[in-house]
Design a protein around this ligand. Structure first.
Ligand code: CP3
Length: 351
């Protein structure tokens, strides 16, 4: 197992990852993977045996161990807190579960004014387990940065309104177009919860945050700007003075990248559909993160290597590049390929 020890005199703030987020010079392109902690790792499957997903997110020692697993195994340049985007919604009073193979399922979906009123603000006491897990992790990780995260208002609203995952977002869009005031009130509440949740993580010591608007690509740019951007901007803008870089990510967002940057991101996450040099031109002046197609990891190694080198070359067009996949690690991925990819990124990008 390859290990890369990140040494940095200034701790995580001086790490290659944080420096790349800020567009500063780096010794090598930093790399981490969305969903790096999860089912691709046998040690994850073992430790999760008999423990539900939500329950595992609420046990700080377990969260710490699961978060550290991919750092130990792959030598990635950053850890990402093991949690889920629906954790703050459960803390805000929404009855839900995370069903294996499906995703979040909401007991009573949000469709009316009375439903929106069920969402209450959260305080640190509602997510004290996250506060504790981050503090434990920051101590364990030393100079390796920890990324905190939350779901963005649109992606959270899509689960709450649909009641679970969706392909068409029919009910979500029906509310957006048919009851715009209710929609905006729902998203404003979600922005408040999300901001509070990220502030807890920053207060406990994370070195960066990522706002996941995974399903924003379902919207046109005009609708994104009108119905979504103001709420994501309330979250990202609310963290402007926090001192940590803000990453903003979604899937299928080729035409939204400019707007997602304008919402207040320091780094724009890019899926595999948009070459990073094109993305860099669109988000002007911001760093980019991405964007190897996660399915590439099932191809023979020479293909993985060629594609990873292409991503590195295209990433040089931006002031900063954080290497990642274009979306999360697929559960059947061979973890040895991930380890080899980390080594390749470090070697091929060494300055
Ligand atoms: O390593 C990491 O990236 C950190 C962990 C993480 C999880 N969820 C753990 C998880 C992160 C960052 C998330 C965020 C999340 N959750 C998103 C945004 C990221 C993305 O993928 O776009 C979304 C849309 C969700 C909602 C969600 N939760 C889905 C779609 C699923 C998968 C359902 C399935 O089983 O296929 C979950 C469950 C979930 N979240 C798992 C993990 C490791 C799998 C559950 C398990 O291991 O039993």
């Amino acid at each position: 197992m390859a290990r890369v020890t990140t040494t940095s005199p200034q701790g995580p703030a001086g790490s290659a990852f944080v420096r790349a987020c800020r567009g500063l010079d780096v010794p090598h392109t930093p790399v981490w993977f969305m969903r790096q902690a999860g089912r691709s790792l046998p040690e994850y499957r073992k430790i999760r045996e008999g423990v539900g997903m939500l329950e595992s997110c609420r046990r700080p020692e377990l969260v710490t161990e699961i978060t550290l697993q991919p750092v130990r195994r792959h030598g990635v340049d950053a850890a990402i807190l093991f949690s889920d985007i629906v954790v703050p919604l459960a803390a805000a009073g929404i009855e839900l579960d995370i069903v294996a193979g499906t995703g979040p399922v909401i007991a009573d979906p949000i469709r009316s004014r009375a439903d929106v009123d069920r969402l209450r603000p959260i305080t640190v006491a509602d997510v004290d387990f996250v506060d504790e897990a981050v503090r434990l992790l920051v101590t364990e990780l030393g100079a390796t940065p920890l990324i905190g995260f939350a779901g963005a208002p649109f992606t959270l609203a899509s689960y709450l309104v649909e009641g679970g995952p969706s392909r068409t977002y029919t009910r979500t869009k029906a509310m957006m177009y048919g009851a715009p005031q209710l929609w905006h009130d729902l998203c404003a509440r979600l922005a408040e919860i999300t901001l509070a949740f990220l502030r807890v993580q920053i207060g406990a010591g994370v070195s960066a945050v990522q706002l996941f608007d995974s399903w924003a690509g379902a919207l046109s740019e005009a609708d994104y700007r009108r119905y979504v951007l103001p709420h994501s901007a309330a979250v990202l803008g609310g963290l402007a003075g926090s001192g940590v870089p803000r990453i903003h990510f979604g899937v299928g967002t080729t035409l939204l990248l400019g707007a997602m940057g304008e919402a207040g991101a320091d780094v724009v996450g890019v899926d595999w559909r948009t070459p990073l040099d094109r993305a860099a031109a669109t988000v002007g002046g911001r760093a980019v993160q991405g964007n190897l197609d996660p399915a590439t990891l099932f191809a023979p190694w020479p293909v993985v290597e060629e594609q990873a080198r292409r991503v590195l070359a295209q990433g040089r067009a931006a002031p900063g590049h954080v290497f990642n996949l274009g979306h999360g690690v697929l559960p059947d991925t061979d973890p040895d390929v991930l380890t080899r990819l980390v080594d390749l990124v470090h070697t091929a990008s060494a300055r």
